[in-house]
Write a protein of this length. Structure first.
Ligand SMILES: C[S@@+](CC[C@H](N)C(=O)[O-])C[C@H]1O[C@@H](n2cnc3c(N)ncnc32)[C@H](O)[C@@H]1O
Length: 158
């Protein structure tokens, strides 16, 4: 993934640590209509796509009571992303911005976040709407969305 020929002018690559600090269990896969990164919407807010979360059956009991929520957060692992850029030049910006000031999948830990609509739970399969990732993207976690905690309608952004 650390292919210097793929970077844009102004982007900055770093050396990553030699060892990982922790391990992660992928708890399932996200099924979407998008076969490649170029097929994907830019973000979940620009997506009306319906997909499925295929949870590993061993975690099915952890879904108890989730059906009461209309929206959930998905945390997923952008497995096709490089991890070594600290400044990136998004095509729509044309100038560098720090990785932690971007929603880019390219980051030291390529964890993405989407707040999706939960349409249905069928066993260990969740039907969701508003997803933006490549078909087969590994899932790291599911959390309920709380409007009272997670929503800041007047939050500042550039
Ligand atoms: C800008 S990111 C936003 C992800 C997430 N909604 C967030 O805000 O953290 C979405 C883009 O990541 C890319 N992408 C999707 N799935 C990916 C994957 N499995 N690995 C690497 N890149 C991916 C696609 O180009 C997609 O348009």
């Amino acid at each position: 993934m650390a292919d210097a020929s793929q970077i844009r002018s102004g982007e900055i690559i770093i050396s990553l640590p030699e060892a990982y600090d922790a391990g992660v269990y992928f708890i399932g896969r996200i099924r979407t209509p998008f076969k490649t990164r170029d097929d994907c919407p830019k973000n979940s807010a620009q997506s009306d796509a319906v997909g499925q979360v295929e949870l590993e059956p061993r975690y099915a009991l952890a879904l108890k009571d989730l059906e009461h929520y209309s929206h959930i957060h998905l945390l997923y692992w952008m497995h096709e992303a490089r991890r070594d850029l600290v400044q990136q030049v998004p095509a729509h910006l044309g100038h560098p911005r720090g990785t932690f000031a971007l929603r880019s999948p390219v980051r030291p830990n390529p964890i993405a976040l989407a707040t999706v609509e939960l349409l249905k739970i069928d066993g260990a399969t969740l039907v969701i709407r508003r997803i933006d990732c490549v078909d087969g993207t590994p899932l790291v976690d599911i959390k309920p969305y709380f409007a009272s905690v997670d929503s800041f309608p007047h939050a500042r952004r550039p």
